[in-house]
Ligand binder design. Sequence first.
Ligand code: BTN
Length: 327
Amino acid sequence: MNSTKEKIAKILIENKNNFISGEFISSELGISRASIWKHINSLRSEGFEIESKNKVGYKLILNDENTISEYEIMHDLNTQIIGRSTHYFKSIDSTNTYAHKIAGSSEDGTLIVAEEQTAGRGRTGRYWFSKMEEGLYFSLILKPEIPIMKSSFLTQVAGASLLKALDRLGVNSSIKWPNDIILNKKKISGILTEMSAEIDRISYIIIGIGINLYGKNFDDSISQKATSIENEGYNIKRLDFIKSFCEEFEKMYIEFLSDDTDHILQILRDRSEILWKEVFIIRGDKKEKVFAKDIDRSGNLIVSYPDGREEGIFTGEVSIRGLDSYV
Ligand code: BTN
């Protein structure tokens, strides 16, 4: 948190629902009353409800315990890289699209969060339903100094972090390799990883995640395979979720950057919905029954065919389905 406005927001959040005097803010930050007033109005225009009382000071009203803002996300966030710079939007076309626009001038770990997307994108060109009040849609801009061939493993890092973040909030989910988070056999979250690279060097990677926290009604096209966390009987707050995710992701991102992926792979194997089972792999129009044997150190799915042949499947090449249901 660097700007004066961010510092004022931090003080207000720390004293939420209580008055804090202008004199206190002024002496803490070494700024004039006029400057405080200007920033308070700017915070109000961003949607904060701030009461002001002559000779008493300012009070941030946070009655809705499920609010979210960049200041609240960054406040007391226990990370060094992830989310240290956060951009929040009530509504946006797509957090991944916005991430591409600002990636060049953004630092590693920059987070973009929205409560609604009007043009959310899923894998393989599909639409990602991103309604207000239903979920959280966010993207991370990453700038790791790693060989290009290692980049796809970041989808696995994100998957393992989602599992762990949900564990912390009491939701025991599983993963359908490579990028679907599953609760009671239905999808609650998906990951879309995109990259911009030169011939031999990564410029940046964007990990986009949509999570269905509260949705009740699902479009016919997805109602058989999608659910929300609330639909399955859990209630988790947006802010708790995004903070837990950032903290879990950072731990695993650091492990990944130091080539220490055993812990991540263990989570992915232990919590897999498809390993040690027969599943269908779908490549374009072709659907084949295989046995899902393992996830290798590069994050590829090792499958065996009925004729005994084995193959490592690269993330992003295929879709996986259960023999008679989604997983
Ligand atoms: C999937 O197809 O399962 C991946 C879905 C990824 C959706 C997220 S929501 C935030 C980010 N912005 C987008 O437009 N897509 C990703």
